[in-house]
Design a protein around this ligand. Structure first.
Ligand SMILES: CC(C)(COP(=O)(O)OP(=O)(O)OC[C@H]1O[C@@H](n2cnc3c(N)ncnc32)[C@H](O)[C@@H]1OP(=O)(O)O)[C@@H](O)C(=O)NCCC(=O)NCCS
Length: 237
């Protein structure tokens, strides 16, 4: 795949919405929060788009890096984003988890599931990430590759970008993982901290998310070779 890794711009908004709407349902946590996305695809698209628009907002970009992998469009006009990564960089400014229920009048979501998910997420961020590291961390907020372009190395490349940044800044990377991302993260040397279960009182249905962190200082060159970083690279501290 002839692809390019670059900063996302507002011109990528629709491509990024498409990536999220097609890739994220592969994560059970997405379906737990948005179980009626197929019945109300227009609400789903609108709310996901609003979320991405907030992420791309220049006013909040100073503490965030949004990267996309693009391929040339078939009509020869410009490029198309097929994978994305959103990195929160709290050491550059205040970081916050955007709430999916900011989008009003949505019919695709289960608001109780969203609230339960968010409360577990906030508690876990506090316990596993913010208490030990404070602002001194690089946090992976979103990672997604359009299903038509998965398994071509885009996810690895986007993760490697964050890895290099974390190494330069001498900060750990923290993330909430999905079952699909587990192999990718494990191969990159992430350490599984915990599994947390999200469940609404009185319901049988539950969802599990995994919490991982990665200590850049412990990564060796041989580990980086396993995941296919191009050429020999030496990271100095
Ligand atoms: C996780 C994800 C971003 C990986 O993106 P990608 O561009 O396919 O990543 P890579 O091509 O670098 O593949 C890395 C590894 O991911 C795993 N993987 C990727 N796609 C997969 C799929 N469809 N089924 C099973 N494993 C898959 C594989 O282990 C793969 O390595 P391999 O091909 O050598 O076996 C992508 O699968 C995705 O968007 N999933 C849905 C959203 C999600 O779960 N995001 C992670 C949230 S933390």
């Amino acid at each position: 795949m002839a692809d390019t890794l670059r900063d996302a711009t507002i011109a990528d908004l629709d491509d990024m919405t498409e990536i999220m709407c097609s890739a994220m349902p592969m994560d059970p946590a997405w379906n737990y929060r948005f179980p009626r996305r197929k019945e109300f695809p227009e609400d789903h698209w609108r709310c996901v788009r609003e979320d991405i628009e907030k992420i791309l907002d220049p006013g909040s970009r100073s503490h965030r890096s949004v990267k996309v992998i693009t391929i040339p469009r078939t009509n020869g006009k410009g490029d198309r984003a097929v994978a994305l990564a959103v990195w929160e960089l709290p050491f550059l400014g205040h970081s916050e988890i955007s709430s999916n229920n900011d989008c009003t009048t949505r019919r695709d979501a289960d608001l109780a599931h969203i609230a339960a998910f968010r409360s577990v997420l906030v508690a876990s961020v506090n316990k596993y990430f913010d208490t030990p590291y404070g602002d001194s961390q690089v946090q992976l907020y979103h990672l997604a590759t359009h299903p038509d372009y998965q398994r071509h190395g885009a996810g690895t490349r986007l993760l490697n970008w964050g890895l290099e940044l974390a190494m330069r800044e001498k900060k750990p990377i923290t993330l909430f993982g999905s079952p699909m991302g587990t192999k990718l993260y494990t191969e990159l040397g992430f350490r599984l901290l915990d599994y947390v279960t999200v469940q609404v009182d009185g319901e049988e249905e539950k969802n599990r998310i995994l919490i991982s962190e990665f200590f850049t200082a412990k990564v060796t060159n041989s580990l980086l070779k396993i995941v296919g970083c191009p050429g020999p690279r030496v990271f100095k501290y």
